[in-house]
Design a protein around this ligand. Structure first.
Ligand code: ACO
Length: 351
């Protein structure tokens, strides 16, 4: 068995933070509602013309610098996003080009908020098979493009004009979704190692029967053409989300999968140093934590500052924790995540 370790981490979020109060200027919402239901206080949004590949490239450069290597040392890129620059090609190719890595394979994966877990399985597989030695994982999202308002000048504080009730009512249709997501990217450099480190166990699952709990109804190749005027007029570019059902799915499946993984690997919850969980909703993570009997200190949270950055979340969290000196060599850490699809999973990694 070949081991791996994370030798460099980085993240990047665009622009100034946008507060809950700023969102209440374009929708009927409030800081109190958003914070109480989700734990979010602010998020960042990618500006017009900036895509997931740009955010991902900025994060990747920081991770490569932290690793003390050159881009040319990377022999594989795994890129995850649910908000790609283009319908095709995927953004892995664009990140590779931005880093000057012509010829290096770039794989796009589409597991939304669960991408880091699926990505780990792929990275471990590539390393075990000897196909790659130094792998760049990037998770990046530019959700701004699906937000249900057009008044970016008001959201971003460039104008204090009053938004019409009609515009607000349109945005309100998607307010439960819109307040949750933020933009950003995280990047991790994985490298094969002789140390006793790497994947100790992993469980990944998909249940496509629940695909429509969170999906984008417009702009897909089920229609001719794949983009129609009504997709815009009827806001079909905004994802539809059954928030309550997703919440229930997450608080049921994640603790269940974590326990199954512990059983399979003969690991006690108390043997695990850090629980690195996707940040979709603070209440989801508190529930998981309490259910598993994990103390608050062992599950770091940053949703308050970033919202849900989907595929970006876990690498951003890992970067922040690494730079704070929290994740140390030799520790046993669990990652947990669930995302649209529905895809979910848990992984145990010896750091
Ligand atoms: N501001 C004010 N009021 C709101 C807002 C808002 N932003 N959004 C909804 N409301 C209102 C609703 O209209 C409703 O009003 P009513 O009672 O008069 O009908 C009330 O608040 C309650 O709405 P619910 O949607 O039932 O609220 P809930 O308690 O379920 O919380 C939330 C909503 C925060 C979305 C929660 O369900 C949740 O977090 N779900 C999980 C989300 C998630 O995990 N997403 C997956 C991400 S994974 C990925 O791959 C991207």
């Amino acid at each position: 068995m070949r081991g791996f370790e994370i030798i460099g981490t980085g993240h990047y979020v665009p622009g100034a933070p946008v507060t809950n109060e700023a969102l209440s200027r374009v929708m009927n919402t409030s800081d109190e509602w958003i914070y109480k239901r989700s734990g979010i206080r602010q998020r960042h949004y990618a500006p017009e013309g900036v895509g997931a590949s740009d955010l991902g490239t900025a994060a990747a450069k920081r991770a490569i610098e932290a690793a003390g290597i050159e881009p040319k040392d990377i022999d594989y890129i795994v890129f995850a996003t649910m908000t790609p620059d283009y319908i095709f090609p995927g953004s892995a190719a664009l990140v590779g080009a931005n880093l000057g890595l012509a010829g290096v394979p770039g794989l796009d994966i589409r597991q939304q908020c669960a991408a880091m877990i699926f990505g780990l399985q792929i990275i471990d597989g590539l390393i075990q098979a000897g196909h790659a030695k130094t792998i760049l994982f990037v998770g990046a999202e530019a959700h701004a493009g699906f937000m249900p308002w057009h008044d970016w000048d008001v959201v971003e504080g460039r104008s204090d004009r009053k938004v019409s009730d009609e515009e607000k009512a349109k945005a309100d249709e998607h307010r439960a979704l819109a307040v949750l997501f933020g933009d950003g990217a995280g990047a991790l450099v994985f490298r094969v190692t002789d140390r006793d480190a790497g994947l100790r166990g992993i469980k990944v699952h998909t249940d496509g029967r629940a695909a429509k709990l969170l999906y984008v109804p417009g702009g897909g190749f089920r229609t001719r053409p794949y983009w129609k005027a009504d997709h815009f007029d009827e806001q079909k570019y905004v994802p539809l989300m059954e928030g309550r059902d997703l919440f229930k799915f997450a608080v049921t499946k994640l603790p269940e999968t974590a326990r199954a993984l512990c059983k399979e690997t003969n690991t006690a919850i108390g043997d695990i140093d850090w629980f690195l969980a996707h940040q979709a909703n603070q209440r989801i993570n508190e529930y998981i934590r309490e259910h598993l009997g994990v103390s608050k200190e062992r599950m770091p949270m940053n949703i308050e500052r970033f919202g849900n950055t989907s595929a970006g979340t876990l690498p951003i969290l890992i970067d922040e924790c690494t730079r704070k000196g929290m994740l140390k060599k030799g520790e046993l850490n669990m990652m947990l995540a669930l995302g649209a699809g529905i895809h979910w999973g848990c992984a145990l990694v010896r750091w």
